[in-house]
Design a protein around this ligand. Sequence first.
Ligand SMILES: *Cc1c(COP(=O)(O)O)cnc(C)c1O
Length: 383
Amino acid sequence: MLSSSWIELDQAALTKNIRYLKKRIGTAVFLSVIKGNAYGHGIEQFIPMAESAGIGHFGVYDAQEAYRALQVKAENTHIVIMGMLDEDQMDWVIQSDVAFVVFTLDRLKAAIAEAKKQKKKALIHLEPETGMYRTGIEECEIPEAMDLIKKNGRYLKLEGFCTHYAGAESIANYLRTQNQYQLFERLKKDFRRKGITPQYYHSACSAAALIYPYTIMDMVRFGIAQYGYWPSMEVKMNNLLSEQAKFTRDPLKAVLSWKSRIMSIKSVPKGNFVNYGTTYLSTKNMCLATIPIGYHQGYSKSLSNSGYVLIKGRKAEVVGSINMNMFMVDVSNIPGAKAGDEVVLIGKQGDLNITVSSFAELTKMVNYELLARLPYQIPRTKV
Ligand SMILES: *Cc1c(COP(=O)(O)O)cnc(C)c1O
């Protein structure tokens, strides 16, 4: 193998997650959010896996991700760009029937102009401002947007009318989320009154769909939950305690594992500093394993002297600092550990499991960030 570590993606876990989440949203369409390189899972590997579990809609962040998705997706699979789209990329985007979210009048006008040129409909999702104040077309611009949409029916297909909640995973944002929902409902009515009927009304991310079922509407944009993680502890607790969703075994299974191998073994006599500097002093004669992973490979420096890995089904603690490409773990209590042995950085080995959230707690990163930062160049394989 060229690479010093690899990522395994569990098809059975993904299929289970999707089946469970589909059950939770009834007949609404499941849009699989694959921004951030499919939350680190790898767009190219993830799309066919999700397709084989029945997914036909994907949401990407930008034109680059849409381009990658186009190379691997099945013929009837739909792609929507939720974020950045430069006007100079609109030609091939419209040409390839990639939909995109529109949150400025400029983008709407550019879409119409390009669609006219191609004598083809641009597929758009209109996003009004509802209170997140990030993207979203201003309420005062909506009448002009409605007029443009009505007048240009030959050049536009309004696939969606959508919004996004500013933190549905936390009860601290309850009021803000509810206000957004109310405003969105009012804007929906304005659209209907005007005789404009989008194909899908959608507002929910994982958290909103799983705690506020009325936000499900016609489509849910599932990100984190499909990969096997609850958006937050609060969302998990809310489900655990609710009548309709309570569970004894967690219905969400982690899809991703990250593995490497021991590069070399070293014995260190009592009373010596290990690795750079003086952060770790051996207090006994020790046996250490060197792991060929460092912060360049995505293993955070903040795991120095605090992280752990699994070797031979046992826990091995990080000793000393995480270097750019290596770190060391204590294998004194794992007899027989040798170069070439499998090392689990995230995932299961034997009876033990290193979850992304335990890993994330040590680094003060949330699941989302840890996953999305897994380097692009680590090979991903389906298992
Ligand atoms: C990231 C994102 C989602 C998915 O959020 P999760 O919390 O991962 O489910 C949905 N909608 C938009 C607009 C997003 O940017």
